[in-house]
Design a protein around this ligand. Structure first.
Ligand code: NAG
Ligand code: NAG
Length: 228
């Protein structure tokens, strides 16, 4: 309110010189006949009234604008908080420990239960089953690296894994030969997944993977874009 009064005074100050209360030219104010003519009579207070009205209008305008902005900020913050809570990223490898050992071969296709966890943000990867259950729908980046070692040249080498969603193969990797001792393969895809989808890596029947603390066999995924 102090600012309003000051504004009023500043506004009318230049007009003050037109009034000469001491001099002979002093003009007596007309009688106030109606509210419409009030401004002709007392311009000073009239200007001040206008200023107060204008200030109130601006106050309401800024208040409404601020309230709307606060509401928008709140919405944006809620979206941000939700997104922050829906962070999903995991990266795992076949074994913990240093000992070189192999996984498989098995008589049937087998879901690989990776045991070494680098990160499991959102706890969507289940170490006991090897299954990543999608909690938040969206676009995910997924990658699988596989490695095997035949033990010595001439032995059968069979690196064959596949990335599966709900039991359906999305992408596979395959290296079968008798010529070299080691082989590795990679699968990297981006997929749109829905909540509840079950993602896993299967080792094909008769194939096998080998690893040690070098972590040649990894399975990783992270949420790239969450559905709105
Ligand atoms: C500003 O707006 C809020 C909510 O719309 C209201 O509660 C508050 O009294 C207003 N303040 C002023 C100074 O107009
Ligand atoms: C955003 O929302 C969170 C949780 O509701 C709250 O703790 C935080 O203070 C909010 N931040 C802002 C800038 O409003």
């Amino acid at each position: 309110m102090r600012a309003v009064v000051l504004l009023c005074l500043l506004h009318v100050a230049p007009g003050m010189s037109q009034f000469n209360w001491e001099g002979p030219e002093r003009v007596a104010p007309d009688a106030v006949t109606s509210s419409a003519s009030a401004c002709n009579v007392d311009t000073l207070s009239c200007e001040c009234c206008k200023m107060v009205r204008e200030t109130k209008r601006l106050q309401t305008y800024f208040n409404t604008t601020l309230t709307n902005l606060e509401r928008e900020l709140d919405k944006a913050n809620q979206t941000f908080v939700t997104l922050q809570g829906s962070r999903v990223a995991f990266s795992v490898s076949l074994y913990t420990g240093d000992t070189f050992k192999c996984y498989g071969p098995f008589g049937v296709d087998t879901v690989i239960a990776y045991q070494q966890i680098f990160i499991n943000l959102g706890m969507a990867y289940n170490m006991a089953t090897g299954i990543f259950t999608v909690t938040y729908p969206g676009v995910y980046s997924l990658a699988v690296t596989s490695f095997s070692d035949a033990g010595s040249p001439g032995n059968i080498l069979a690196v064959c894994t596949s990335l599966q969603v709900n039991g359906q193969i999305v992408a596979g990797s395959r290296e079968l030969n008798r010529n070299d001792q080691e082989d590795s393969t990679t699968i990297a895809v981006a997929l749109k997944l829905k909540a509840g989808d079950k993602v896993s890596v299967k080792l094909a029947k008769g194939c096998y993977l080998c690893d040690d603390s070098n972590h040649y066999n990894t399975f990783s995924a992270f949420l790239l874009y969450a559905d709105a």
